[in-house]
Design a protein around this ligand. Sequence first.
Ligand code: HEM
Length: 405
Amino acid sequence: MSAPFATTERLPESVPSELVWDHDFDTFTLEGDDPFISIARLHDGPPVIWGTEANFKRPGWILTRDDVIREAFIDYEHFSSERPGMIADMLGEPVLLNPIEIDPPRHHQYRKILNPFFTPAAIRGYDEPVRQICRELIAKFRNRGECEFVDEFAVPFPSYVFLDLMDMPRDLLDQFMGWQDELMRASDPMVRVAAARSIYGYLKQHMEAQQANPTTDLLKGIVSGQVEDRPMNFYEMMGMFYVLYVGGLDTVYSTIGWIMQHLATHPELQQRLRENPDLLPQAIEEFSRAYSVVITHRAVTKDFVFHGVPMKKGDEVNLPIMLANRDPEVYDDPHTVDIGRKPRHIAFGTGTHNCVGINLAKREMRIVVEEFLKAFDNIRIKPGETPRYHTGRTFGLDYLPLTWG
Ligand code: HEM
């Protein structure tokens, strides 16, 4: 690993100097053409490193291998999800993203409210609406011979799914996408805060209406949800509404972008999946492994030694899931997409906080691939164009011009 050593004033005394990695994480992951390969350069170094600018320029631990990342996901006693400074700070309201920012044993109380609505059987009910959304979006550019996949499909698609899931009118799409764009991309933090508050204001209004008259089983389940034998309070319910909003947008949008770019540059795989749609579930597993987009994090709960490394209470620990899923000690040729490999990946996390939306997300991905392969032959990147991407907490494409036929 190229490890120029850190300027000492940014270093806690407890960090061994050989573990210090003095880079801006976001700049490092943006070097080169492929962020998954750029970040994988960290596999050349130790499994636990101290990044001087690991998360939005904040210092913290970065775990770089499958085994240590899994361990941190599972060991909630040392690695807490109750980390400060997330959405509550932005909103100035005591909303915890619920259940994602709550540790066991309390976590279980909240999670069990959501679980029944996201089982494979429950998700089957969304199949047709999701397919319909997909077809409607495709119909808008189908006869044009080209599209810009990110703006015209990847961004609106999960937003429509969210509106349907929450039984909100679809004509709110433009409004929601405007807020979402500001929340995710505005360089001015005040604009991001204003967008988070606007979303909060709308969700609050919707939640109050649902409390008076719930219109779907999921919404009824949330507004009548019990924790510790009492009804959830206002902020707990809002946290749950908010987490369903943030959980399924950026993640789905980003993953389907990488999948479509992969298909557009691998015509033989397109053809194979077109001719053998029964291979789609295993292809989705392998795409999920190879294009794992999430970097999540935890806070150390007490001073302790993790794999020989002294960690201190309050240290931030970054878990770049793509480093687990492309770990060369676990996967041969990890940068190659091989739909025959049956990966035991952790794209959706693992342990107590594993993604509640995993079945829905995989369905969405499968339907998108299915519908695109059915609608278009020979999908490819528009000649003369170059896709653009961003890194940060989620790796995603910003621009993916496609053509077909
Ligand atoms: C490709 C799509 C998706 C990916 C890659 C993804 C990934 C993840 C990951 C890695 C976690 C664990 C985070 C942590 O432990 O810190 C998680 C949790 C979660 N996801 Fe997803 N997710 C996706 C789609 C969705 C969808 C569609 C929904 C909404 C229905 C959703 C809702 C949630 C929720 C509520 C949690 C928190 C679960 C808990 O704390 O118990 N996700 N997701």
